[in-house]
Design a protein around this ligand. Structure first.
Ligand code: NAD
Length: 326
């Protein structure tokens, strides 16, 4: 067992949180992670509307009696998103853990806290983490440049970000981005983190509600199979390298400073990327994946994965590391 301030705060067995991945983080995956002793997270915006989110939370409760949370991401989008209505639905659903991400969570913190909800804020910079702490969040998920999806604009890896965040903050910090193995969990703990958040690694699990071909593509992929797009819009995203994302990167390069979202909207649309997970055609649209693909070699159950990571981390800490001390 690895007991940390994060496991205590969240009431979970293992210091492993599952990332709120758009189109992937549904009740099935969140329940499987929570049943495996980690913290499962469902993504609010994956549900078509706030009422559907409430029903999805109810569905999750039928599959687990362990703690789980809901992710609310606030980012630019092609169609307007009623974030405040999703936030209210989270409160109405009775969920007691929320992960905010993408932008300053300020306008929702007071309503979540008043409802007795614990808030984890995910961000890519120490200065943003300090703001979130001041606003009253309970924990920070610090998202290194290795991560999938929205990496921020600073390009700081976890090797630097985690120790700096831990030194700057009083609340518990977990490391996010690039994590998938026990030795990496041990490394995150050595850097001062109280746990890890994993997104892409949980996509390659039996319970992830996506096509097997996508899981196999992650197993086959290496650490160089992601690509950064949308830097020109200051909304940089790390996505899987395929013909669609390479086309987006090429258009961005050609347009330079004149690049606009309208130049690639049809290519990057989430609705198109969503199809990838349903059909298994990994070239059909843009989909998020991190550098961690390089260390994904199999498709276990969530419970098997969590238990393996924790026992490998324990072995590193108790065995290899302890023996190094002369
Ligand atoms: P979408 O189809 O609205 O947009 C596709 C991509 O283009 C997204 O990365 C989006 O941020 C970006 N984008 C859209 N309009 C933009 C603009 N005006 N300027 C810069 N970038 C722009 O996205 P979607 O896949 O339907 O997702 C809906 C929302 O959820 C988006 O805001 C998206 O960023 C966010 N999201 C959440 C997660 C998560 O893990 N919770 C992951 C990915 C995306």
């Amino acid at each position: 067992m690895l007991k940390t301030r994060f496991t205590e705060l969240m009431g979970i067995e293992h210091p492993i949180c599952q990332g709120g991945m758009q189109w992937v983080a549904k009740a099935d995956l969140a329940a499987a992670v929570s049943n495996g002793g980690g913290l499962g997270i469902m993504t609010a915006l994956t549900q078509p509307d706030p009422d559907a989110l409430i029903k999805e939370v109810e569905r999750c409760r039928t599959m687990t009696d362990k703690p789980f949370g809901v992710n609310l991401t606030i980012l630019p989008s092609l169609k307007p998103i009623p974030h405040a209505e999703y936030a209210q639905a989270i409160i109405d659903s009775g969920v007691k853990i929320v992960e905010t991400a993408g932008n300053n969570p300020g306008k929702f913190i007071d309503m979540f806290k008043a409802a007795g909800i614990k808030v984890i804020h995910k961000c890519t910079a120490v200065r943003h983490a300090l703001t979130a702490q001041r606003l009253g969040v309970d924990a920070i998920s610090i998202d290194g440049f290795e991560c999938a999806g929205h990496v921020g604009e600073d390009d700081i890896t976890n090797q630097i970000l985690i120790p700096l965040a831990v030194d700057a903050l009083d609340i518990p910090v977990i490391g996010s981005g690039g994590f998938g193995e026990g030795r990496q969990l041990a490394a995150a703990l050595a850097l001062g983190a109280e746990g890890i958040n994993m997104g892409t690694r949980f996509m390659a699990t039996k319970e992830a509600p996506i096509h097997d071909a996508v899981k196999q593509r992650l197993v086959d992929a290496g650490e160089r199979d992601s690509i950064l797009i949308m830097r020109a819009l200051r909304n940089t995203s790390r996505v899987f390298r395929n013909t669609v994302s390479e086309q987006v990167a090429q258009i961005e390069k050609e347009k330079g400073m004149a690049f606009e979202i309208g130049d690639v909207a049809e290519l990057v649309a989430g609705a198109r990327g969503k199809n990838v997970y349903g059909t298994g055609d990994v070239e059909e649209g843009m989909w998020s994946a991190g550098m961690v693909a390089g260390v994904i070699h199999d498709v276990p159950t969530c419970k098997e994965l969590i238990e393996r990571i924790v026992s490998d981390a324990e072995e590193v800490i108790r065995g290899r590391m302890a023996k190094l001390v002369a």
